[in-house]
Design a protein around this ligand. Structure first.
Ligand SMILES: C[S@@+](CC[C@H](N)C(=O)[O-])C[C@H]1O[C@@H](n2cnc3c(N)ncnc32)[C@H](O)[C@@H]1O
Length: 565
């Protein structure tokens, strides 16, 4: 009897356990085989840091400092989780599309159609990077990921999982290949997609500015220099019918009087001819403006009557609409064509053909950035930079509207692309390219950083090592790269915006650093080596108005603990 009882109890326990597991099991969403990725696994033993290749720095006086990171983006994004958490306004990425045509590598091997884990590997690859990228976005930040039919459905589910279904701001269809891809059985594709997700519910797509000179909008310039559109005074579309749902006749349904002998117009009965807001089908509609506004517009010369197909039509000058429009979900313009504006522009810049396959059109990237943020000093990140189209797009946007946007680009050095294509392209665009009227050079700076590693076992010696190797990370975090003073175990940097950064690598650096700060007589953001979490405030009491103290490396290690678990 007691045996039966305890057996029963055991069974109940097992059942309860199974119910608990069933409750936590995924009910809906993407399921994939998480194949370990070497670059991710590496971070269990080594910690990523950055080192600068100073020979490749580009200095352009007062312009913003842009960053190029050569290395695997998993490592670059890990570092950025310390330096740029919550600071990025816009992420634009164009990852490998996993077409099966050996267009990307996983664990150093090309992935092709014979690989039965092809989709799982791609999802794992993207998952690890998107998780890190999400943390970098500001509260209003938005990410745009371009993709084609191969992985669109999986990408959408993955993004919903990471960002939340309600953060999906839309998926745009971009006509990137007007000639169409060669196919036998399937449709010939002329488009790809750009998927937009916001970080929080405060994120939104922004109105795209309208340039009245742009012929597609039909704006005309008035004698006083203002811009107007010629619009039919009769309303069309929603809420334009003369009778409302309850059958009441609108006050905006009335005749306008017209004298064809002299073109005079009035809302008051002065002339024989009556013009009613009735459309071509005989449907009664309403005027867009009331009587008073109509007479006012006529007296200003902004309203007139014209005969079209034997019928009198009233037109007026509409002076609004220039504040912008919400971007539409289909981008059809030829300027988005990758072959016409991607490859051709890149060939002209590089002075050589086919240095990179399938670069994007810079106009498609510019449009995506403008749809994400209207901040003229936005911080923009692209961690699948390829040939560097995003850098060019940022520079062109700044040129167009006098902006101060900055970019952080990252790409690996597969086929020497970072050294031989991305970096030279950025340099040439900053210098200006003959024959490309929109690329006339820019006042912009660039720092070339590479990912590096230190031993990840947390000992006092390794903590010291991390601090010694943290210089570039701190320069990146504080946006201060120019050395002002280099002493024994300390360094002071500044930037062209008047900001100062101090790094104290060892206790022996404290006193000489303090003397320099007093001489400098400026506020310095100061990182102090400390084995624990204290910033040694008591040692700086005499100069506390000059220093803002932060201990290192604990803050860096805390970020790495969180992301590498
Ligand atoms: C599709 S291309 C981007 C093209 C780019 N939008 C342009 O217009 O030139 C993707 C790029 O990401 C790089 N890439 C792929 N995996 C990477 C990784 N794990 N880390 C860094 N870059 C990577 C590839 O080398 C390739 O250059």
């Amino acid at each position: 009897m007691p045996d039966t009882h305890s057996n029963l109890l055991n069974e109940v326990r097992t059942l309860k356990e199974e119910i608990k597991q069933l409750k936590t099991r995924k009910k809906f969403g993407l399921v994939w085989e998480d194949k370990p990725e070497e670059v991710v696994e590496l971070c269990k033993e080594k910690l990523p840091v950055l080192s600068e290749d100073k020979t490749r720095a580009i200095k352009g006086n007062n312009g913003p400092t842009n960053i190029f990171i050569e290395g695997d983006n998993y490592h670059a994004l890990s570092v950025l989780n310390y330096t740029h958490q919550g600071k990025i306004d816009a992420i634009y990425i164009d990852p490998p599309y996993n077409t099966g045509a050996r267009d990307w590598k996983y664990n150093n091997n090309y992935v092709d159609t014979s690989d039965s884990f092809r989709h799982s590997k791609w999802i794992s690859f993207m998952y690890h990077r998107l998780l890190l990228a999400r943390e970098l976005l500001s509260k209003e930040g938005v990410i745009c990921v371009t993709i084609d039919d191969n992985e669109l459905p999986k990408l959408l589910l993955l993004m919903e999982e990471i960002f939340g279904e309600d953060k999906h701001l839309g998926t745009v269809v971009i006509r990137n290949n007007p000639k169409g891809r060669m196919t036998n059985k399937k449709f010939s594709l002329i488009h790809e997609y750009a998927v937009f997700f916001g970080k929080t519910s405060s994120s939104s797509i922004k109105k795209l500015p309208i340039s009245p000179e742009d012929k597609t909008h039909n704006y005309q310039k008035a004698a006083d220099g203002s811009w107007f559109l010629t619009v039919n005074l009769r309303k069309q579309g929603v809420d334009s019918t003369a009778y409302n749902k309850k059958g009441k006749l609108s006050e905006r349904y009335f005749p306008i009087y017209f004298d064809p002998s002299n073109g005079q117009v009035s809302s008051v009965k002065k002339f024989e001819i009556e013009i009613w807001p009735v459309d071509q089908k005989g449907e009664k509609r309403i005027w867009r403006r009331g009587r008073e506004a109509i007479d006012e517009m006529y007296s200003q010369g902004d309203l007139w009557v014209k005969q079209v197909s034997g019928k009198y039509q009233v037109y007026y000058k509409f002076r609004g609409g220039l504040e912008g429009q919400m971007p539409k979900s289909m981008w059809y313009d030829s300027k988005f064509s990758a072959s016409e504006y991607g490859t051709n522009i890149l060939d002209t810049i590089m002075g050589a053909r086919e240095t990179f396959q399938y670069p994007k059109s810079p106009y498609a990237v510019m449009e995506s950035i403008l749809a994400i943020t209207n901040k003229k000093d936005a911080q923009i990140l692209d961690f699948f930079a390829g040939s560097g189209t995003t850098a060019q797009a940022v520079i062109m946007l700044n040129k167009k509207d006098n902006g101060h946007r900055r970019f952080i680009l990252c790409t690996n050095n597969e086929n020497k692309i970072a050294e031989e294509v991305t970096y030279p392209r950025i340099k040439k665009v900053m210098e200006g390219v003959k024959g490309l009227e929109e690329i006339t050079g820019a006042e912009a700076n660039l720092r070339y950083l590479k990912t590096d590693f230190i031993d990840g076992i947390i000992t006092d010696k390794n903590k010291k090592n991390l601090v010694n190797k943290s210089t570039e990370m701190l320069c990146l975090k504080e946006d201060c790269f120019d050395v002002v003073k280099k002493g024994q175990n300390f360094k002071i940097f500044n930037n062209n915006q008047g900001k100062n950064l101090g790094i104290i690598y060892d206790d022996t650096g404290i006193e000489p650093f303090k003397k320099e700060v007093q001489k400098l007589n400026k506020k310095v953001s100061t990182y102090v080596f400390s084995l624990d979490d204290s910033a040694r405030e008591e040692e700086f009491e005499d100069i506390d108005s000059f220093v803002e103290l932060r201990p290192i490396p604990t803050a860096i290690l805390n970020v790495y603990r969180r992301i590498f678990k």
